[in-house]
Design a binder for this molecule. Structure first.
Ligand code: ATP
Ligand code: MG
Length: 512
């Protein structure tokens, strides 16, 4: 067998940046991880996909470089829409923040139109995965066909499934989905023979995750996890954007929000300003010729931003993340003094106030033990390596589901089958009885979320079990099995306990 064929890389498929890594050999039992560099020596690739006016597809830096001038045909932050129902508050909010066209797809999913072409979220993710794979194949000089891909811990079953499907579209086998904070803990803990409890605070471009993880040498056990799929650097940028728009409107009575090119230029500078303010107290915010007056006079944006102002504009975001940390800590049954290290992951954790607030919260400074941009990809590579390792040095990940999974009961209440933070893999059985004469089908709507009102949760699918023995109401039982695998993905099947016969299962994702 050709050993090179078997390589598995680790991929951090980020909202703003993606990164890949691979283990190349061992050093006295400790796997040596290398990040895969891109052309200029960068280790991350922007998660941006665009089509230019000649119809060329651009991915990564090429796409990001032209987004100011081509905002309507440039997709960024797409991870926020992955595996989402079109009819959700989140999609509605995001739609208003971006220049590309977001539409409902056939399965109550989301599709994006750019350059008169339609892309599903699987396809957009697939474009980015494919680019990373190409970069890796070039660098490693061998075709890469398999990867461990990370997702936010707070991703639902449906979002995880979408990432797996994206891989299939480009013939990249996603051998395992693992959670981003769990991956980061691997980057921190593998090969150190630790016996520690760590809190991973991952504030990236689009999502926030926090996990409390107990590390016992090669065993990484997640005690509790939580997050917000809609809290990340992009929201900090948008807070600056909102302030600039307001300030400009108050000075000129001109609303720039209807001008996509102006908006994109402000967003760009907003992000750079935010990053600069992590190192400096004050920076200028100047954009020449942002628009014109009705008399044709060019107008500029000329402002200053201080770190203080940025902190004021975004304090509600930092507060929200800390509320989630507090809740997850309660869920884990631990208190701050039980936490040995706080790991900072994600570019947005470079903001000084984030670090200060965490230091206050935990009563200790965060660890410098992991690189905020690289830890997740490194952890994915370590896990990929471990999957192929047939010695007894395998890593053991014991993860949990982030939100309850359950079914809709008559009357619209939510019957929880797996509570949040239930360990995975996990299986549960439930026995249902036919409710009318000659019933041959049983349908169940399955949701994921922590809301008591079922429809406030995310619909995972409508499962129909058919081939039920025909008899009078209440005479036939159906034994339904819910299976959540190690990746947090649900499958279901049902059988007739009297005959042992398996029923046929079909799944449909419709509207919620
Ligand atoms: N020095 C800095 N100060 C503040 N923010 C920063 C700094 N450097 C990067 N960021 C922000 O970090 C975010 C990107 O972080 P990262 O690359 O970890 O996200 P991601 O992995 O793409 O997203 P996610 O994990 O949410 O899917 C961006 O919003 C970026 O502006
Ligand atoms: Mg990330």
């Amino acid at each position: 067998m050709d050993a090179m064929k078997d390589i598995i890389i680790g991929i951090d498929l980020g909202t703003t940046n993606s990164c890949a890594a691979i283990v190349e050999g061992d050093n006295i039992g400790i796997p040596q991880v290398k990040l895969i560099p891109y052309k200029g020596g960068e280790y991350t690739i922007p998660s941006v996909f665009a089509i230019d006016d000649k119809g060329n597809e651009l991915i990564g830096y090429e796409a990001k470089r032209q987004w100011q001038l081509n905002p309507k045909n440039t997709i960024y932050g797409a991870k926020r829409l992955v595996g989402r129902s079109y009819r959700s508050d989140i999609v509605e909010t995001w739609q208003k923040a971006v220049a590309y066209a977001v539409r409902p797809g056939k399965k109550n999913d989301v599709v994006i139109d750019i350059a008169k072409r339609e892309f599903s979220m699987q396809e957009v993710s697939a474009k980015i995965l494919n680019k990373i794979r190409d970069v890796a194949s070039n660098h490693l000089k061998t075709p890469v066909k398999r990867a461990v891909v990370t997702v936010p811990a707070y991703f639902t079953d449906r979002q995880r499934q979408t990432v797996k499907d994206a891989g299939k579209l480009v013939d990249l086998e996603v051998v395992r989905i693992i959670n981003e904070p769990t991956a980061a803990s691997l980057a921190y803990g593998v090969g150190k023979r630790l016996n520690e409890r760590v809190a991973v605070y991952d504030l990236g471009g689009g999502t926030f995750d926090v996990s409390i993880i107990e590390i016992r040498d090669r065993v990484f056990e997640v005690k509790a996890t939580g997050g917000d799929i809609f809290l990340g650097g992009l929201d900090f940028d948008n807070a600056i954007l909102g302030h600039v728009l307001k300030d400009f409107a108050s000075k000129t009575a001109i609303d720039l929000s209807t001008d996509p090119v102006a908006m994109q230029r402000i967003k760009d500078l907003a992000e750079r300003t935010k990053c600069d303010l992590s190192a400096r107290e004050e920076v200028p915010f100047n954009i020449p010729f942002i628009t014109m007056t009705s008399q044709g006079q060019p107008l500029n944006i000329e402002m200053k931003f201080s770190r203080k102002l940025l902190e004021q504009l975004t304090s509600h975001l930092v507060d929200r993340s800390l509320q989630i940390v507090a809740k997850v800590l309660v869920d884990s049954g631990l208190s701050t003094k039980d936490i040995d290290e706080v790991l900072l992951v994600g570019g947005q954790t470079r903001m000084p106030v984030v670090q200060d607030r965490l230091t206050k919260f935990f009563g200790k400074s965060p660890s410098k033990g992991v690189h905020p941009d690289e830890a997740v990809a490194i952890g994915a590579a370590l896990y990929a390596h471990s999957l192929e390792d047939d010695t007894n040095l395998k890593l053991q990940l014991l993860d949990v589901i982030p939100m309850a999974i359950g079914l809709e009961k008559a009357g619209g209440s939510f019957h929880v089958v797996f509570p949040r933070n239930a360990a995975i893999p996990n299986a549960k059985q439930l026995t249902a009885t036919t409710s009318y004469d000659q019933q041959t089908e049983l349908a169940m709507r399955i949701f994921q979320g922590d809301n008591e009102a079922v429809t406030r949760n995310e619909l995972l699918g409508e499962f129909t079990f058919s081939g039920i023995r025909s008899d009078r109401a209440g005479k036939v039982q159906v034994e339904v099995t819910f299976d959540v695998n190690v990746e947090g993905i649900l499958t279901m099947h049902a059988r007739d306990p009297a005959s042992g016969k398996e029923m046929q299962t079909t799944v449909r994702v419709t509207s919620s």
